[in-house]
Design a protein around this ligand. Structure first.
Ligand code: NAD
Ligand code: ZN
Length: 365
């Protein structure tokens, strides 16, 4: 059985794409890709850990398909030099505009493969086969692609929607525990901003999720894709509504940067989610009940819910005032009034919060 979800992309030539979700589908995926994208030459992008975990072998079997394996794995390789190597490898393989790029891996692979596909000969299609909790919940859907500069994350980037997304939840079996748990924070975030029923589901099924039971992981993947798909359909270019996906990210990004990337993105966002909750209470937008439920779920995920001691002295408020979304040093936050309901002010979903309020909350974190 495969779950399916279709996402419509206004103003894009592809118009829509399909997400297929299942367990142990990787081994039988290639014939499906050939059926769906028969006229294209295929080029696979992955990383060394995904290869070691056996997922490339499972996808390709004995087939001889040109492949670029990113090494080392991880964020340090998500740069323009790697993108150049990928593109030049495609050229060396005599690939042209009829190429389909197949991204097999986590968000790092997906972002860079999508970016390379977007600029190779002015753009060829990419399909995403995400293998982490971050990628299956977040990065594979929505069309944001890019690479980092030496100064900032995703400094080079374009919107390049995938031609299809294939999610095999069985690939998560080999992911290390910290990555697995941190990645689930984005799922909790989806529930907080969009769907209280999904939040209830996560609350009652978290043990089974953490045991990585495939049927519940499929449901989680489906819920995430439905929520993110809906938001992306409504606002593909992030004019306003899509910003709700940045819940917990204003302080999360600052914490992540201040930690020197010692914290994983999801771990930093967990702290940012708690901070957003404290701001909601401070501004009397929400009562304390929702935040308590959120705190319990994050604690169960074993991600941080308080500011680590070594970050308490860092000038977080300065980082926050410099955030690209800040207006006149007033940082902007996505806030909720209750689980599943985002707060809006003057039709805006990301609202300005006074720096002294933010500072007060940072002290309490
Ligand atoms: N485009 C978007 O909308 C979007 C959204 C969120 C995050 N991102 C980006 O995604 C990246 C983070 O994604 P990530 O957490 O998936 O990182 P990642 O791709 O670096 O993967 C994390 C680690 O897990 C390994 N790995 C991947 N799949 C595995 C598997 N099945 N088994 C064992 N090991 C496996 C990787 O090699 C890596 O070491 C960041 O670059 C971030 O900017 C993009
Ligand atoms: Zn995030």
């Amino acid at each position: 059985m495969m779950l399916e979800q279709e996402i419509k992309i206004p103003a894009s030539p592809a118009a829509s794409y399909r997400i297929k979700i299942g367990t142990d589908i990787l081994g039988s995926l290639w014939p499906q890709i050939e059926a769906d994208f028969g006229k294209y030459s295929k080029f696979v992008v992955t990383d060394e850990n995904v290869v070691s975990a056996g997922h490339l072998k499972k996808l390709l079997g004995q087939r001889d398909v040109p492949t670029f394996v990113i090494s080392p794995a991880g964020e340090t390789s998500k740069n323009i030099d790697t993108a150049i190597s990928i593109i030049e490898t495609m050229e060396q393989a005599y690939l042209g505009r009829d190429t389909l790029v197949v991204a097999l891996g986590g968000g790092m692979v997906g972002d860079i493969a999508g970016f390379a596909a977007a600029v190779f000969k002015r753009g060829v299609p990419v399909i995403q086969i995400p293998t982490t909790t971050v990628a299956q919940a977040d990065s594979s859907v929505g069309g944001k692609t890019g690479v980092d500069s030496s100064l900032s994350k995703n400094a080079f980037g374009v919107f390049w929607h995938p031609a299809a997304v294939y999610i095999d939840v069985a690939t998560l079996a080999t992911l290390d525990d910290r990555q697995f748990r941190a990645g689930l924070v984005e799922s909790v975030k989806h529930a907080i901003v969009a769907d209280s029923e999904y939040f209830d589901f996560l609350e009652s099924n978290l043990d089974t999720v953490l045991e990585r039971k495939p049927d519940v992981l499929e449901k989680v993947a489906h819920w995430n894709c439905k929520i993110k798909g809906n938001i992306v359909e409504t606002d593909p270019g992030e004019q306003n509504f899509r910003r709700i996906l940045n819940y917990g990210h204003t302080i999360g990004h600052a914490v992540e940067a201040a930690s020197g990337f010692g914290l994983l993105h999801g771990e930093a966002v967990a702290i940012g989610i708690i901070a957003a909750g404290l701001i909601e209470i401070e501004l009397q937008l929400a009562g304390p009940g929702g935040l308590e439920r959120i705190r319990r779920i994050l604690e169960k995920l074993n991600v941080p819910v308080t500011l680590p001691d070594d970050l308490a002295d860092k000038d977080l408020i300065d980082l926050i005032k410099r955030d690209k979304k800040a207006v006149n040093k007033w940082p902007r936050f996505v806030l909720i009034t209750e689980i599943g309901k985002v707060y809006r002010r003057n039709e805006q979903y990301a609202v300005e919060v006074a720096p002294d309020v933010v500072e007060k909350i940072l002290d309490r974190l």
